[in-house]
Design a protein. Structure first.
Length: 211
């Protein structure tokens, strides 16, 4: 029994140290990333402003953690945040964002093939020529997220399914690199993605009924 109590105390101390070690910048990036995703679920164009600031911070954080592909990915996110803001603001009617769309099975099959090829190529390069950590997993998450972010910007319903898989893999990646708060963020993303799917699917069905 005493050993269990000591183990519990040590676990609490470890959690406290892990929390204290979190960068203030990482906390801010996480909060903004959550804000972004909640606003995406609500189809609010201001999500892209939160995304731009969050990804700017993450670009630096991931570079410092030697996650080179994740750092590069966040530069892409910054560009897509600007594009998403523009598209969502000009593509709808009045205060509405553009309508939700769906992609067919053939397109998704092509997408998955392209992701696998790109991830294999960049993973091999990073493994051979750089000090990148977990290069193949990092690459897979990165290239899948590149495509899926474009799907969000274009309001493709199936983006939520892609994100569920991506975030599951990302949790393992970030825990390995000591980014505990960012791993917890992606765990929250899993739940939000389920809500997002239901909300967008409902909105899509309403759109179809009004056509």
């Amino acid at each position: 029994m005493p050993s269990d109590a000591n183990g519990s105390i040590l676990s609490l101390e470890a959690l406290a140290r892990a929390w204290a070690a979190q960068s203030g910048w990482e906390v801010l990036a996480v909060l903004l990333a959550l804000t972004y995703l909640v606003l995406v679920v609500r189809q609010n164009a201001w999500c892209w402003v939160a995304a731009l600031i969050s990804t700017t911070i993450y670009t630096a954080l991931f570079w410092d953690a030697q996650l080179l592909m994740q750092s590069a990915l966040n530069i892409f996110y910054m560009v897509m945040a600007i594009y998403g803001w523009w598209y969502w603001r000009q593509g709808g009617e009045g205060e509405q964002t553009p309508p939700i769309v769906r992609w067919g099975g053939a397109r998704h099959t092509t997408n998955l093939g392209l992701i696998a090829i790109a991830a294999g190529g960049s993973g091999f390069f990073l493994d051979r020529y750089t000090n990148a950590a977990l290069p193949y997993l990092d690459s897979l998450i990165t290239w899948a997220a590149v495509l899926t972010t474009f799907m969000v910007a274009r309001k493709v319903l199936e983006n939520w399914v892609y994100w569920w898989v991506i975030n599951s893999l990302a949790i393992a990646l970030f825990l390995d690199r000591g980014l505990a708060l960012t791993a917890a963020l992606h765990a929250a993303y899993l739940l939000i993605a389920l809500v997002g799917w239901r909300q967008w699917l409902r909105a899509y069905r309403v759109q179809q009924e009004s056509v």
